[in-house]
Design a protein. Sequence first.
Length: 368
Amino acid sequence: MHPVDKILRPALSRIAPYNSGLSVSDVKAKYNVSTIAKLSSNENPYGPAPEILANIASRATSVFLYPESEVRDLRTKLANYMNVEEHSLIFGNGSEELISIICRSVINTGDRVITLFPSFPLHEDYALMMNGVVERIKVTNRLKIDVEALIDAVRKPAKMLIFANPMNPVGAWMAPNELCEVIKEVHADTLIVLDEAYYEYAYSSDYCSGLKVLKPDAGNWVVLRTFSKAWGLAGLRIGFGICSSSALRSAFDITRTPFNINSVAQHSAQLAIQHNEHMTTHVSMINLSRLGVEKELDAIGLRYAKSLGNFLFIDVDHNASELSEKLLAMGTIVKPWKQEGFDTFIRVSIGTELENRKFLEDLRSVLL
């Protein structure tokens, strides 16, 4: 076998493999358990609107055709739903593909990229892949965003500022006045990428979307959203971005793979918008369940970050990978966090009431 190191880009050696975790079938086969609580990927446990499931089979008759490359029907419906310009929208095979598209489009060797930490790993990985230099702004000891440190960082020239609000995995968020202050201080030559994958869950008077703050004449920016989380379409892979200008979107379209959104995903996203009450009802249920899980964690005595996402970032005061392995053996799948300095934390998605109860019972058992 020929060695591969001579043909691979050196940047690959700086990137750890993505921790996607075990699937339900993997856990059943490995641990011989029948009841599974999958709480590792921040999916909506209630799934998409039933109208979507009913229509998926009917779309299968056209799978021999390439999908519509410009995503025109969905583009029109989504622009109307969000009250944005059609020409501002770009679509990706999940919003994570859009992060890749953006990084491949703008980052050169040595470019400075600012992000929050701990972070969604792909915020860093795609920048590192393009030989960018990532600067992390770590959360405070109270697991909140260090707004002052972030403002100091963004005042200096950087190619890109990328972060999630609410944060993943922490769940922390910026208050509207904090977000306004950060954006006001961003250097004029910096591209702002605001990842709002968990926007639908962020019901709070202390939160606002970047779309309320960012204006078309306020430099170059992209706000990312997804149908994977609250909308329940994770398996179909469809995300989108709202760009500050058609020129920026057109530039990203050069990097975007043609036909990157399959036809079933396009049609399902349209139906999701049409039946959005299904999403809003279950978001309310999940947010209420999150508060219930928080109370149980308080009773156990564990520290966790206050969250506006459909997940909690919990300090279990043990090696998180070892604790997660014990939970796996009981049929509960959570995500041990592996970024340095946070290896005693697990990120746990909020599931159904039965799944949440199983997680809490299993957690108490392994902590005894």
